[in-house]
Design a protein around this ligand. Structure first.
Ligand code: MG
Length: 263
């Protein structure tokens, strides 16, 4: 049993933890998060861009707050922090704007971006990595403070994504090659088919620490919940950095866990 009574902030990974990969947040999950945000701060971290949060997370969040009194809505919004691109951007709620606003962001040097893009071109063209020649939408997305590779394309159907690399074997191989070629980058496995690249030294753990600094909180004020808390996974850095972590297999397990946090 995890005791959250002394915790001030609970951070959740998004894809595979709060929602299925790239799928809209469920109403029930949003309701649980809102109840949690009534008690403490809640943050959601993802390899995805803020635009992805606007599509995947915020519509459901806003929908479940609709029925609540304005004062409560404001305090719940103020307790919600959004960390796109692995926490290399931090968004907090701005009451005047009535929206989330960027509070902090990292720098990704242009030369490094070019290098990352070139190496991915080599990978896609190679027959060694089982990457289909036809992709669903963009394979390589520059998310400003992070570059993300989606092996089947950004818009691939979930069913196809789930069977491409369920054990991360293909992506571990790609990761190894990237690390050899670009020692100045940090590479991690995320989502169902994706690989996130950030400048060396940046990962979700650094994002979590930046958030704590912004909020004047300590490391042991935080619990992190994620599905990729295995070596090479894009949540693993949080474990390595010594944050208290809880590994879940899927959103269903997360909702059970939040239920326990609330009781
Ligand atoms: Mg995940």
């Amino acid at each position: 049993m995890i005791d959250t009574s002394d915790k001030k902030i609970i951070v959740f990974d998004l894809d595979g933890t709060l929602a299925e990969s790239k799928q809209v947040l469920g109403l029930e999950m949003a309701e649980l998060l809102a109840r949690l945000a009534g008690q403490k701060k809640v943050a959601v971290i993802s390899g995805g861009s803020y635009r992805q949060f606007q599509k995947q997370f915020l519509p459901t969040w806003r929908e479940i707050l609709n029925e609540r009194p304005a004062e409560e809505v404001q305090s719940l919004n103020e307790n919600l922090f959004l960390l796109p691109t692995s926490g290399s951007q931090i968004y907090g709620y701005n009451q005047k704007m009535g929206d989330w606003q960027i509070l902090a962001q990292e720098d990704f040097p242009a030369e490094l971006k070019e290098k990352v893009k070139k190496v991915f071109e080599t990978i896609v063209e190679s027959a060694d990595y089982d990457i289909p020649t036809e992709s669903y939408g963009e394979q390589l997305e520059d998310r400003g403070t992070q570059i993300t590779f989606s092996a089947l394309g950004q818009d691939a159907p979930l069913g196809k994504k789930k069977i491409w690399d369920p054990n991360q074997v293909k992506r571990q191989k790609i990761k190894k090659f990237l690390e050899q070629e670009i020692p100045e980058a940090d590479v991690s496995i995320g989502g169902a088919t994706s690989i996130d690249v950030l400048p060396k030294g940046f990962n979700k753990a650094v994002g979590l620490q930046k958030l704590l600094d912004l909020l004047f909180l300590e490391k042991n004020d935080l619990i992190f919940v994620g599905d990729a808390l295995f070596p090479g996974g894009n949540d693993y850095s949080a474990f390595v950095a010594g944050f208290e972590t809880v590994k879940v297999e899927n959103p269903l397990e997360t909702s059970d866990l939040i239920g326990k946090f609330l009781s």
